[in-house]
Design a protein around this ligand. Structure first.
Ligand code: UTP
Length: 412
């Protein structure tokens, strides 16, 4: 698009403030800004702004508990049989891992991609290396090299790749690791529906949430690559859980035995008010209710054994059959709106750092895809073996708690 075309487009959508910053750019930057504007789907942004102004309600939805299997209640024989099924599939090279490392890690506040964060262990291992250790162990145990795909964002891709290069891929074969792919982005909007301008004069875009993984796997040719390699199962996890069992024969065997196409490993909620999404069935389909969405009645409801009825926490431990990923890729996930504090350049060209949230960020969530796949199972794991994330700089879910849980687990 040339300048005139871009101007017309921006006039149509009430976004001409972008041209104020255009005038301050050099020739090369001007061209880049025109390219950026041409890429933006303004119709979609209009809808997203409307979404930011609407209150999302659960009314009319039928919410029911979802059945799960507690792994601790499997007999020794059942467990052995399931693990064997999983191990056979791993040895037959049916498994690939996707680590989602495209988030901004704002709460942790680490300068650099979250995966490069040094957890403070004696070994000074980063979160990436902690995950890579699991793959190296599996390589030794099963005699196969499991492909590792890493989702990054525009913001952190180069630093992530450089970190792997610098650390020699942590001793894992480079050809099994060198699959970095970037997730999508969406512009941020201010409270009046104007696109936010960055200090460099460009439109501020942000990663489109972990739900962006499905579209990104398709767009970057990863699903095709997996198919070509004969991969059948893909474990998709975040980067920040230091107890993540990336290679989990029990979870795989459980999916295979029951013909599930997605299985999620849950951990029981520590208390009714814990800020974690929980599984349920919404209108008969698998669903995760966020902690901000669940009614107090449902959050506290207990069964005859005293267990929380809605107590299976979704902690981003999900195994997908490739066929499920292919179906989900075609499905448009809904967006969620986050009200965020973000710095920006105003129309006078001044750089402003606000004191309070001033803009909307739009994200899709991985778990919104679950409703598409009826062959869905839940396996309850154990918090001390499966989940300890690094989210906050201090307090709960911080480097301190994650370090403690990591050391306890590995000492055991
Ligand atoms: P969180 O939602 O906890 O976000 O992501 P975050 O980026 O780590 O931290 P905050 O909220 O900014 O403090 C859970 C996992 O999903 C990934 C993250 O990298 C993390 O592994 N993620 C999240 C993405 O890959 N892309 C996204 O757009 C969002």
């Amino acid at each position: 698009m040339n300048f005139e075309e871009v101007k017309n487009l921006l006039e149509k959508y009430g976004q001409t403030h972008i041209l104020k910053s255009y005038e301050r750019l050099n020739e090369e930057e001007k061209e880049k800004l025109l390219e950026q504007v041409a890429r933006i789907d303004f119709e979609k942004m209009k809808d997203l702004y409307a979404l930011s102004q609407t209150k999302v309600e659960m009314k009319d939805a039928v919410i029911e508990p979802m059945a799960y299997q507690d792994s601790a209640k499997l007999s020794a024989e059942e467990k052995a049989e399931i693990i064997q099924l999983g191990e056979e599939a791993i040895k037959a090279e049916k498994l690939a891992i996707v680590t989602m490392a495209g988030g901004q890690g704002t709460r942790l506040g680490h300068n650099g991609p979250k995966g490069t964060y040094d957890l403070g262990l004696d070994s000074h291992k980063s979160l990436f290396e902690i995950q890579c250790d699991i793959l190296k162990n599996a390589q030794e145990k099963y005699g196969v090299t499991i492909p590792w795909y890493i989702m990054t964002s525009r913001e952190n891709n180069d630093d992530t790749v450089a970190f792997f290069e610098k650390n020699n891929y942590f001793g894992y074969p480079k050809e099994a690791t060198n699959y970095f792919f970037k997730q999508g982005e969406l512009p941020m909007m201010d409270e009046q529906g104007k696109l936010v301008i960055e200090s460099n004069g460009f439109v501020k875009e942000a990663a489109d949430g972990h739900g962006g993984v499905f579209e990104a796997l398709g767009r970057n040719g990863i699903l095709n690559d997996m198919r070509a390699r004969g991969i059948e199962w893909v474990f998709i996890a975040g980067i920040d859980n230091v107890l993540v069992q990336l290679v989990d024969p029990l979870l795989m065997g459980y999916a295979i035995k029951n013909n599930f196409r997605i299985v999620s490993k849950t951990v029981p909620k520590s208390n009714p008010d814990e800020k974690v999404g929980v599984f349920c069935k919404k209108n008969g389909k698998p669903y995760v209710i966020e902690y901000s969405e669940i009614s107090t009645e449902h959050a506290h409801m207990r069964d005859a054994n005293g267990e929380l009825v809605y107590g299976e926490g979704h902690v981003l431990l999900n195994l997908f059959n490739v066929s499920a990923l292919e179906e989900i890729e075609k499905f448009k996930l809904p967006y969620h709106v986050a009200h965020k504090k973000t710095s920006y350049m105003n129309e006078e060209g001044e750089f402003i750092t606000p004191e309070a949230p001033n803009a909307y960020k739009f994200e899709s969530f991985l778990f919104d895809a679950f409703s598409q796949i009826p062959e869905f199972g839940l396996l309850r794991g154990k918090r001390e073996e499966d989940f300890s994330p690094v989210k906050n700089a201090e307090g709960t879910d911080s480097p301190e708690t994650a370090r403690r849980d990591y050391i306890n687990y590995h000492n055991k």
